[in-house]
Write a protein that binds this ligand. Structure first.
Ligand SMILES: C[S@@+](CC[C@H](N)C(=O)[O-])C[C@H]1O[C@@H](n2cnc3c(N)ncnc32)[C@H](O)[C@@H]1O
Length: 296
């Protein structure tokens, strides 16, 4: 079961949201992202990504070709204000133009891996992986704010235990603070990526109509954007993403309504329900047309 992100207040009384070890007011750098689903998961938990810098080694074009969900994740991160960088080598990132002046509270590399270069127990392969992690630590250790942390998720079974991650960290002036079991349920929407991914088949057809000049559209614009972005794709985390988008609509109503935000919200919600029913009917008809192209 997915855990719900929790909230607290910082020293200045500002409301902050937490997702496990990460807080919405942390400056967070994510390195070696695959389909950007981990960054996406944090952004969704915080309702904001303006403190997130998410990076991949691969170029944008390669990322969206490799991973089915990458484009949707990147689009949403962009909308939530994340800085997105591609072509960032973890072993040289300190020198990257957009990173050289930056310091972070959390620098995260989940499941570092130098690529499929042979058997994982082969010494030469292990050395490649260790060089990657060592280079990452070397750079990350110089990019931390005071009390900052570097996080690496890593398999601990043989042969991955041969990487000696702790030793690599200590060679780069980092000391172990805590071992924590990585629970994927803590990060709804996160898909750990091993490399090339086989995608879901996409249903290709025109977007269902959405009238975008109504008050309802304005209040729930993230919901509609999300519906369009995920259109025709399997949305594995719909039970998290849809309530989240609706909640953003409620926050907007509350912020803008002078009289009774709940009444306004309910009336917009009813309109949204009608729009959704119309949209569903349209999609069902289109599917029937595709199934029975000759009207059989
Ligand atoms: C096993 S995948 C993990 C991807 C992602 N972090 C996740 O948890 O889903 C390893 C990732 O490391 C990236 N990578 C390999 N060498 C790298 C390097 N020198 N700098 C940055 N990323 C690198 C690969 O592109 C790949 O995305």
């Amino acid at each position: 079961m997915a855990r719900i992100p929790w909230e607290s207040y910082d020293n200045y009384g500002v409301n902050v949201k937490w997702a496990k070890h990460y807080c919405s007011n942390h400056q967070i750098l994510l390195v070696g992202e695959g389909d950007f689903s981990f960054s996406y998961s944090l952004a969704m938990a915080f309702g904001d990504a303006s403190n997130i810098v998410a990076t991949s080694l691969d170029s944008y074009d390669v990322v969206i070709k490799k991973y089915e969900r990458a484009k949707a994740n990147l689009d949403i991160l962009y909308r939530f204000g994340a800085q997105l960088l591609h072509g960032v080598d973890a072993t040289k990132m300190k020198l990257h133009t957009d990173l050289q002046m930056r310091k972070f509270d959390r620098i995260v590399y989940n499941f570092p891996h130098a690529g499929f270069l042979g058997k994982e127990y082969d010494n030469r392969v292990i050395t490649k992986h260790k060089n990657l992690v060592c280079g990452f630590f070397k750079n990350a250790s110089r990019m931390l704010r005071p009390y900052g942390e570097v996080h690496v998720s890593h398999k601990t079974a043989y042969p991955f235990n041969l990487w000696n991650i702790e030793e690599l960290a200590s060679q780069n002036s980092l000391s172990l603070f805590e071992h924590v079991k990585f629970e994927i349920e803590d990060y709804p929407g996160y898909n750990n990526k091993r490399g090339e991914e086989r995608g879901y088949p996409n249903i290709v057809m025109n977007h269902a109509p959405i009238v975008n000049n109504s008050q309802c559209y304005w209040v729930f614009r993230e919901y509609f954007d999300h519906a369009l972005l995920t259109y025709g794709q399997a949305d594995d985390y719909i039970f998290h993403s849809v309530p989240h988008m609706l909640r953003i609509g409620f926050e907007r109503c509350r912020a803008e309504s002078n009289v009774n935000p709940s009444n306004d919200y309910i009336s917009h919600l009813k309109e949204l329900q009608c729009v959704c029913k119309r949209r569903l009917a349209y999609l069902q008809n289109r599917l029937l047309e595709i199934d029975q192209p000759y009207g059989l």
